[in-house]
Design a protein around this ligand. Sequence first.
Ligand code: ATP
Ligand code: MG
Length: 278
Amino acid sequence: MAVDNWMHVEFSNVTKVYSEPPQTVTALNNISFQIHEGEFVCIVGPSGCGKSTLLRMIAGLDRPSSGEIRFKGDLLTAPHPKISMVFQTFALLPWRTVLDNVAFGLEVQNVPKRERENTARELLGMVGLKDSEKLYPKQLSGGMKQRVGIARALAIDPEVVLMDEAFSAIDEFTAEALREEVAEIHAETQKTFLLVTHNLPEAIELADRILVLSARPARVKSIVPIELLRPRSPTASDFVSIHKDIFSLLQSELEASIMRHRLSGLKEFQGLRDMEDR
Ligand SMILES: Nc1ncnc2c1ncn2[C@@H]1O[C@H](COP(=O)(O)OP(=O)(O)OP(=O)(O)O)[C@@H](O)[C@H]1O
Ligand SMILES: [Mg+2]
């Protein structure tokens, strides 16, 4: 049931266990956090800790094993028409033109052709692809593909935009231009953005808050507010000092996870020796 003082997105004690014999993997361990409407939240954490799992669950592509995820107070159990996703590898439909890729979500929602094409054109203009609407994905550079991915995600006029490493498969120069565009879109539209990234400067450049996750199974290690004025310069001393702080949080996580790994190896080794001694 929606209530008046809802958070935009809310995780309460979310745990995710993948049980695919022969192995059981706990990806998320009792995660709770709240995101306000219009916030830009970046999620960082060691590789394989469960970041994509977390995002996929907000997209309704996966379900928690226990705990609850709510959008505006309502339980999220399936893809929601006001939540959309931008993928690392673009995930464009190769047989559709740029225009038809951007209009796809509206087509699914049965929006009339003329109306959905007008919306798609407007968004293509916004991401600098006005003259590319008739091209097919194979005719585009990586940066252009991701512009289409962003336009497609925005076409359904979402309230929440999820981005999983959206800038990591494109060259750094283009990635920086795209980050700036996304920052502008966020400032203009005040939509809620959640970006998973391995790139700490990228997170500090964009985020209102950074959610730092522990090594798998992911727990919330820290939530760091970034109060620097925008646009943010990575060479400014306060930027550098935030980078240093979060980097050391991540580094200690990595060391702890290597240690856990070694200890479990040691236990297995001890187990084998015990068996041998018997
Ligand atoms: N569909 C699945 N079935 C089984 N295990 C899965 C599935 N999806 C993810 N996992 C496991 O859950 C853990 C977390 O995976 P996830 O992709 O969420 O991590 P990540 O933080 O996004 O990693 P990376 O930083 O490398 O992108 C991994 O151990 C992974 O093997
Ligand atoms: Mg991932």
